[in-house]
Design a protein around this ligand. Structure first.
Ligand SMILES: [Zn+2]
Length: 163
């Protein structure tokens, strides 16, 4: 979902509050039906500041048993967009060695801010890297056998013969 900042500028206020549901957040290896967001957009001279919170129920799968599961991911997000002129000045002020890519400040392009893409970056960071359906999940039956004996199943057959 994109927000047209130029349109907001025509209004008298400088701070706007939004409660929305984003339906265009795409994350590899997961399904994101929607993301509920509560945020504010603040227009400061040459700059757009976004602060908010999000909640999403993401469908993914347990890393142990591959069972489908839903994880609740929520957190805060923040965005700082500068108009081209201010952005250039900002980059120059950082100096040549600075790592611009790691910074949270972005350039405002075409007077629009892509809220979905901003929130997506935060979801990826907040998502569990190895989701499990339950803390005690033993995983696939085959893997459990292998893990419990601590012996390669091919050797296990030989041991069975020996006994
Ligand atoms: Zn599981």
């Amino acid at each position: 979902m994109k927000k047209n900042i130029d349109q907001l500028k025509k209004k008298r206020e400088t701070k706007f509050e939004f409660t929305e549901a984003l339906e265009d957040v795409l994350i590899e290896g997961a399904i994101v039906p929607k993301v509920d967001v509560d945020y504010s957009i603040e227009l400061v001279e040459g700059e757009v500041i976004i602060r908010g919170e999000y909640t999403a129920f993401i469908k993914t799968s347990c890393v142990r048993c591959l069972e489908e599961l839903e994880v609740k991911v929520s957190g805060e997000f923040f965005g700082d967009y500068k108009e081209s002129k201010e952005y250039k000045e900002y980059i120059e002020s950082l100096g040549k060695e600075a790592q611009v890519l790691d910074d949270m400040v972005e350039e405002l392009v075409d007077g629009e801010v892509d809220i979905s893409s901003l929130v997506r970056d935060y979801i990826i960071l907040d998502m569990p890297q190895f989701p499990v359906c339950e803390p005690e999940c033993d995983g696939l039956e085959e893997l459990t056998k292998y893990r419990d004996s601590g012996i390669d199943s091919r050797w296990q057959k030989l041991l069975d013969l020996k006994n």
